[in-house]
Design a protein. Structure first.
Lengths: 865, 127
């Protein structure tokens, strides 16, 4: 008899309804779907906002150029799961516990087997007169911040002075909101009732340091100040009055005084709520009704509501576990926090206020350097209890998991800047929580490596979720992964390929320091075999970056990819496209006519590129020298569209013509393009220069973006389009042109030297140890002592630049390589076939070739539309 | 004229060029009985002849790929979609995400400094 597989699907699938569409709700769906392989639960999520759950913690980044979709959490796949139904813009109106149904704002009645309340909080608004005037905002949702932005922009058009704003509340959220106002160029004042900023997270000393740092950024701070009234003018906010002290003229006010749990559905349904609100749950997140749970900010657990995402995630995991028959319980909240507020690091963890009897405090306070650091130790000064870090929180990821453990050595040593202290890392106990957002322990990370087969940071992140929310623990996760791999005898492979064991950055250094100039030398000394399509072009690129001669000189010709070998871009049919350089996108009519004549004479399909130049398609390999002879004669040079190198510097027309331009963006773009042309790099590099904040050159989508200000130039780095679009991040402000060029020189040269193969600037910055801050230190503060060297390397590049195509045309040996056939140099390759479309040629399809209705490419191609 | 080689007996070996015409580790293209054949001289002085037509794109471009090694195997990589072939046998070592498709190879002899393709040893059709 044949064993038939049993039908494993449960006979009765159960229905889970989640009310609320925030981060914690998403986490519950995620956790449940990850574990419920049998499909025991179908899930319906009621999200009041018209969008899928997004990263509310990152809301402020909306003002620094990110779009709402950048705040998406994880992939869209979760919502495509057939067992998951996301109802956007649908609110729950009532719960009928007897019938186990939820009535929605669309009038639908949904039955449930289990119901989870994840409704979150309202932003609290204090009962101040004037709180409902136009220009008064809260700070909670994407719509709140979008309204705020629109209001500020409108106000800016009405007043001929900077827009003025105030934030009521100097806590975590208040400082976030102040950051948002600063990003909108609003003169900002923070008003805090308590005697210091962030009263819940930092002590008096930390508060002082924070205040100094924030005032240094141009934000005014008023502590111990109660707002008594907001005065309106024509219905809009115009002035704030306080219990004491002078009044403040304002155009916009943000209330950030705290949150209030959204527990009214539960109240109406007769569920118990806490003294200060919140749905009362036990340590399994269960209410008194066995079918109803509450998680996140709306849950009153252990007598309090928790306003951080990490404990909310923990609750989501517990409910997922319980729904599948588990017995997880809430371990108590870790209220540790690490944030970058207005660019200032603030971290607070464990017993930050030294409330435990006998606790000792080790404090380093350096107002000059702008740091305040405190460790709270047990009475014998051995065990770490907690701490506060302001101004430099780099020690957070290694200290927080050590709370409750012996620290070892002199506690003060742990507060020294990174590099001066022995970096403690690999000896963390397995049960220490490394990622508090996703509750991942050191042991889980180690097991992911030694049992799970993960071999790199990306694998461990995917497997454990460690570091995937706020990312503050990533340096520690990386250290753990590396030491675990090394302990397991697995060499942490940074090898380029089977031929070269070094990483690209290491290889670059070796080649540079040892002065190697040929592939054979390099592979003989640092590798094996004869290379491949990975290491050959990398070595070609490194040799070119180091300015060691023409890319087609001698043996070097054999290590270039076909594009670099023929200095054109291979297209799908085996023909090439040609792009002459048009610096800054500025071209004379004569130049444009010359390009047009070449295109016409060679029958090339002609298209304008995104980089403000002209691409000519359909050139046979043997036509390239003839085409380029014409272009070089007309004054053009290689555009390096084929190279992993500088492509273009896109510009808007700038102050020369534009009514709004404040600087000469075209002039700068041309200077930069001529400076960096031909610079070979790990991947293509694109620059953009905009002549004013309207940003018509889309510079923030570039690796290096420059935007004119009234005082000079703002520099942005790390932008790109493509598969994973990124906006560039602000790197330096109001630079004069010399400072700007020096900064870009160093940034690019540092990237060229240290990035991985085919790694564009955005991922390079992300994966660089210490991220953009560390690169900032290298480039602007010479923290590695290499600035002079980088400057010299760029100077050598600029001096050594020669047009590759002009040099090739002057060299008969190089020209010989463009012959189509070694035994028939005059024969035309007849494998290319074209048809006419919209008045130009395009490659024929297989059917068109078969039907014989094609044109053969040639210098006198007649195209019939 | 067809650009796709068909399996048929080669009459005789064809002299395509002098050995010195071939740049080591950079392919050239020869016309052999109407077919485009990639001729590759490797670092160790061996010469290989392999179909110039990339079966994945249909373009005549194999000779323009990078030459290298995988272990001890001499290889060439499609410049279009990065498949890798064994220059000796035409076997596809890496389909780069597609099913491997082998390439036809031709026997090659170097006689008195001349490169001869096809002929006596018989064509090897692995397509």
């Amino acid at each position: 008899m044949i064993d038939m597989p049993e039908d494993t699907a449960p006979t009765t699938q159960q229905h889970l309804v989640i009310i609320g569409g925030g981060m914690v709700a998403r986490r519950l769906v995620d956790a449940l779907r990850a574990r419920d392989g049998e499909g025991r639960w179908a899930v319906t999520l009621l999200a009041e906002e018209p969008r899928a759950p997004y990263d509310r913690v990152a809301l402020t980044s909306y003002f620094t150029g990110r779009e709402p979709e950048d705040l998406a959490l994880g992939g869209q796949e979760l919502w495509d799961d057939p067992l998951v139904t996301l109802r956007r813009g649908v609110r729950a109106e009532a719960i009928d516990r007897g019938a186990r149904t939820v009535t929605t704002s669309t009038g639908q009645v949904l039955g449930y087997d289990a119901l989870v309340l994840a409704t979150g909080s309202y932003a609290a608004v204090p009962p101040v007169p004037g709180k409902d005037l136009r220009g008064a905002f809260v700070y909670r949702t994407i719509d709140d911040v979008a309204d705020l932005r629109a209001f500020v922009e409108q106000r800016r058009g009405e007043v001929d002075r900077p827009v003025r704003g105030a934030v009521v509340g100097g806590g975590l959220l208040g400082l976030e909101a102040a950051g948002a106002l600063r990003a909108l160029d609003v003169d900002t004042t923070v008003v805090e009732f308590a005697p210091r900023l962030m009263p819940l997270q930092v002590d008096g000393g930390g508060g002082e340091a924070l205040k100094r740092l924030i005032e240094g950024l141009g934000v005014s701070v008023r502590t111990s100040t109660a707002t008594s009234k907001i005065v309106g003018e024509r219905g809009a906010v115009s002035r704030m009055k306080f219990s004491e002290g002078p009044a403040l003229d304002v155009d916009v006010v943000i209330f950030a005084v705290g949150v209030r749990p959204r527990d009214e559905l539960a109240r109406d349904a007769g569920l118990e709520v806490g003294e200060r609100g919140g749905v009362v749950v036990d340590d399994a997140c269960a209410t008194a009704d066995p079918a109803i749970w509450a998680i996140g900010e709306v849950a009153c657990i252990g007598g309090r509501c928790l306003g951080l995402v990490a404990p909310g995630y923990t609750m989501a995991e517990i409910v997922a576990d319980r729904l599948l028959g588990g017995s997880g319980t809430f371990p108590g909240a870790d209220l540790s926090t690490k944030l970058k507020l207005l660019g200032v690091d603030v971290a607070s963890f464990g017993d930050a206020f030294a409330q435990e009897p006998g606790a000792l405090e080790v404090v380093i306070s350096d107002p000059v350097a702008g740091v305040y650091k405190k460790l709270v130790m047990s009475d014998d000064a051995r065990t770490l209890r907690g701490g506060i870090l302001v101004g430099d929180a780099s020690a957070y990821s290694s200290l927080r998991p050590r709370v409750g453990r012996e620290l070892g050595g002199d506690p003060a040593a742990h507060l020294l800047p990174e590099g001066l202290a022995p970096a403690p890392a690999g000896d963390l106990p397995d049960e220490a929580a490394v990622c508090s957002c996703n509750n991942v322990t050191a042991g889980e990370i180690r097991r992911a490596v030694c049992e799970g087969g993960c071999t790199d940071l990306a694998g461990v992140k995917a497997c454990t979720k460690a570091g995937t929310s706020c990312g503050s623990c990533l340096p520690l996760v990386k250290k753990l992964v590396t030491s675990e791999l090394e302990a397991a005898g697995v060499e942490v492979s940074r090898a380029l390929c089977e031929h070269i064991d070094l990483s690209r950055a290491e290889l670059f250094d070796v080649v540079r320091v040892q002065g190697l100039t040929t592939f054979s030398e390099i592979i003989a000394r640092h590798g094996r075999g004869r290379g491949c399509d990975i290491c050959r072009p990398v070595i070609g690129s490194i040799l070119a970056s180091l300015g060691t001669g023409h890319i087609l000189d001698g043996e070097r010709a054999t290590i270039q990819d076909t594009n670099d070998f023929v200095m054109a871009n291979l297209q799908k049919d085996g023909s090439y496209s040609v792009v002459p350089r048009i610096p800054g996108g500025e071209v004379t009519p004569e130049g444009l006519i010359a390009i047009g004549e070449v295109a016409r004479d060679f029958g090339l399909y002609t298209k304008i590129t995104g980089g403000q130049r002209v691409d000519l398609f359909g050139a046979r390999i043997d036509q390239l020298p003839q085409i380029w002879q014409r272009l070089v004669d007309a004054g053009f040079e290689s555009g390096h569209a084929y190279g992993k190198s500088l492509r273009t510097v896109k510009s808007c027309v700038g102050s020369t013509w534009c009514r709004f331009g404040v600087q000469d963006s075209v002039g700068l773009a041309i200077d930069l393009e001529l400076r960096y042309r031909g610079l070979r790099s790990p991947h293509k590099i694109k620059l953009g220069v905009s002549g004013c904040a309207r940003e018509c050159a889309e510079a923030r989508g570039k690796d290096v973006g420059i935007i004119a200000t009234d005082n000079g130039w703002n520099l942005y780095v790390g932008g790109n389009g493509g598969f994973t679009p990124r906006h560039a991040q602000l790197f330096a402000e109001d630079l004069d042109t010399d400072e700007l060029v020096r900064t870009v020189d160093r940034f690019l040269m540092y990237y060229v030297r240290t990035a991985d193969r085919l790694q564009r600037t955005a991922p390079w910055i992300e994966e660089h140890e210490g991220g953009i801050d560390a690169i900032h230190s290298v480039v602007l503060h010479d923290s590695l002592g290499i600035a002079e060297d980088l400057d010299a390397a760029m100077a050598a590049h600029v001096d050594g630049y020669r047009d590759e195509w002009a040099a090739t045309l002057a060299d008969p040996d190089k020209l010989a390589r463009f012959a189509p056939f070694v035994n028939a140099p005059e024969t035309v390759d007849d494998s290319l076939a074209y048809v006419g479309e919209r008045g130009q040629a395009r490659p024929a399809t297989a059917q068109e070739r078969a039907s014989g209705s094609v044109l053969i490419a040639g210098t006198t191609l007649e195209v019939r539309a | 004229m067809t650009s796709t080689p068909t399996a048929r007996p080669e009459a005789a070996a064809v002299r395509v060029c002098a050995l010195t015409d071939l740049v080591p580790e950079r392919g050239s293209v020869a016309l052999v009985d109407g077919a485009q054949v990639a001729i590759v001289r490797t670092h160790d002085g061996q010469v290989y002849a392999i179909d110039n037509r990339d079966p994945y794109s249909g373009a005549q471009i194999i000779a323009r790929g990078l030459v290298g090694t995988r272990g001890d195997v001499p290889t060439i990589v499609s410049p279009m979609y990065k498949q890798i072939w064994d220059l000796r046998t035409g076997a596809c070592l890496d389909g780069a995400g597609s099913d491997p498709i082998a390439l036809r190879t031709w026997p090659v002899r170097v006689v008195d400094g001349a490169v001869l393709v096809g002929g006596a040893a018989g064509a090897v059709d692995r397509g």
